[in-house]
Ligand binder design. Structure first.
Ligand code: ZN
Length: 153
């Protein structure tokens, strides 16, 4: 493949990724509050001014319900929406694995199971902008804290 062809492919991929991210920003999934969360946690990214609160209902080892609320840049908010869609209804063990895979992908680790990540891979483009990586991982770190709380109760 020539370098021009490679660039072309890369920009098409960027375009697709951008569309996924914009779609979640415009039509957020699971945004709002749960009536009776088993735990909730507020995460802050002072570098960018992002805030994400994650509420969960954990029932018999399953993440039965999840919601997020918050404000901040489009990456932080669409990352939260994509995350809730990816983990809703999954087991806590699977969710923890996904948290590990996603944060590893954002650190640029090569051993990540891209297939398990699915649409979440769209966020990998953010790695080109190192200051925004914390925007993309904020919701995930916040979810990890909420799960810790849910299990401590
Ligand atoms: Zn941000």
């Amino acid at each position: 493949m020539s370098s021009d062809e490679y660039r072309q492919q890369e920009s098409e991929l960027d375009e697709l990724y951008r569309e996924i991210i914009i779609d979640h920003y415009r039509s957020p999934r699971h945004k709002g509050h749960l009536t009776a969360p088993s735990a909730s946690h507020e995460g802050l990214n002072p570098l960018c001014g992002d805030e994400v609160t994650v509420e969960v209902v954990v029932d018999g080892g399953t993440l039965a319900e999840i919601a997020y609320s918050g404000s901040g840049c489009s990456i932080s908010q669409s990352a939260a929406s994509m995350m809730t869609e990816a983990v809703a209804g999954k087991s806590v063990a699977e969710t923890r694995r996904l948290i590990g895979d996603f944060t590893a992908m954002m650190r640029g680790e090569e051993s990540v199971d891209a297939e398990a990540l699915g649409d979440l891979e769209a966020m990998s483009g953010v790695r080109k902008f190192p200051v925004r990586i914390k925007c993309a991982t904020l919701a995930w770190h916040t979810l990890a804290e909420a799960l810790k709380q849910a299990e401590a109760d």
